[in-house]
Design a binder for this molecule. Sequence first.
Ligand code: CA
Length: 655
Amino acid sequence: MKHKTLILLIIALFLVTSCQKSDIVLSDSSDSLYVRKIDNLSDDFIFGMDVSSVISLEESGVVFYDFDGNETDLFKILAENGINNIRIRIWNDPYDADGNGYGGGNCDIDKALAIAKRANQYGMKAILDFHYSDFWADPGKQMAPKAWKSLPIEEKASALYEYTLESLKRFKQEKIAVSMVQIGNETNGALAGETVWMNIIYHLMNNAAKAIREVYPKALIAVHFANPENRDAYLDYASKLAYYDLDYDVFATSYYPYWHGTLENLSDVLSHIAEKYGKKVMVMETSYAYTPEDTDFHGNTISDESLVTKNYPYTIQGQCNAVLDVIDTIANHTKNGIGVCYWEGAWISVGTGSWEENSRLWQTYGSGWASSYAKEYDPKDAGKYYGGSAVDNQAFFDKSGNVLESLKLFALCRNGNILPVKPDAIEDVHVSVNLGDELIMPDRINAIMNDNSHQLVDVEWDKDDLLKINTDQVGDYLVKGNCENMDAVCHVSIINFNYLSNPSFEEDDNGRKTPNYWVFSEYGYANETYVEEKMTDSLDGTKHYHFWSDNAHQIRFELEQNVKELKAGQYRYSISIMGGDVADGSIYAYVKMNDEIIAKDDLQITSYNNWDTADISFTYNGTDSISVGIHVECIGANNGAWGKIDQAILNYMGE
Ligand code: CA
């Protein structure tokens, strides 16, 4: 009987283990995702995913679906797609006095433990990210936990040591496989309220490292910074860590392709540090948008309006290619590169109904980036702008929780998944036409292909859209087009072209007497005549032409520009002036043909910011030599006459 039970137990145990293993089947192909092969990926190359908000999301009702459309544990989906490490942020006490969570997943140690367990269950190790704060820590803020706020540095260091030790012991007791522990998050010159390197490294980081080595001697110790585009700052961080002799293994960085410089710079900076200090390096946070659309009624960091450098389209394929390039950079172009971790790849919308509906969930479960309860701890940022996810369009899941094909990139990049090269996105085209000119639409435009190469492709423009365009009137139009069954857009602008060069003196350096493209002729003896850079005194841009003279010196000069290659037709010339303290004078704008003035318009200077604009309409025959200009002649009152000239315009007005 005993014997039988034992056998049954062994069989049961075998079934459980084998079942769990056979449960995880790696994605091995895709019909729609082009994945180039990344060479030299070691078996233990870290494909990390931060999903710190997951429990709050699930509590808010979010569910995730695998590629077959089955509701599935997020961690299983991640493991099946090649993720081997789960990164988890840890905040000391992300709650107010009444126990309301600050949001951002309310990531305390209990949440971190629960997440780590589920990661382990599917064979993924945990990367623990201690922020040593009660809420978000990044280059903009590194606030001390409430409990440590008024502690002197030595006591803060002991508190940090004890906290790290006790937290890690809980992981150890639960037999959690931890691959790496981070000392602080994006600690660009600050940590837990300290801003002096001796306090940050010698007192705080050293104590963290000590605790980590005691509990998890085999785990890697990582430091983590942001803004690798600032090379000097990075070299400084690394040298400070060495100076205070911090015991660490991995120098990690955030790398968001929109903001953090080129991949060449990334590999260069990291390689330099890896080589000089004998450290491993990795990208601890990266992400890329698969769509410009917001899906949770809380605005995103990235949208079509974001002023960012964009090397990949906001498509599922674009997201894949952006991450592949980061992986390739770390695996093949960076010394001692050990991995790449994607940030919050599952932080999707908690609902599709309305802001009000979602807001209630963010407040209750902490599933948005911050709740209103964070106000007491972070009044300037979270207290004002609390709400949902700002990265839902950078997840690997759509707003309903369906996994996106791009998640397969991690499993597929070891062998590649090469498909026929075809357009993935069409770049918008901009065409501007001078008033009255013929509109010429491009017949081939730029496509971004699924392998991220660029190719010209044929386009057919919508005939109805084209018919709506009137080139005899200033205006903006959108013309839709079709490119190999993809939508194309051309932005057409009918502009009133200014035929003058350097018309507002913006091209000149401050103090330049003869502006670029202009002829300056002086017949008087003014004390000051030059281009001045001063926005408040300019009508257009930041510069204008300035003059002043005391009463002993007469002002008398002309600024004139010769215009070449002008077609015949009706034109309008204008120029503006302001100034004051004139006793007597004659100021006028003029048009000259073959050196003879053919039209004039008088101008007055009266007082500060009272701009007077000359307006001259004339006909041009297309062959005569033509110049436009301004004549300034005056004697001052009071402390002498002065003035500012700006915004010369020469427009074509029709035949
Ligand atoms: Ca959003």
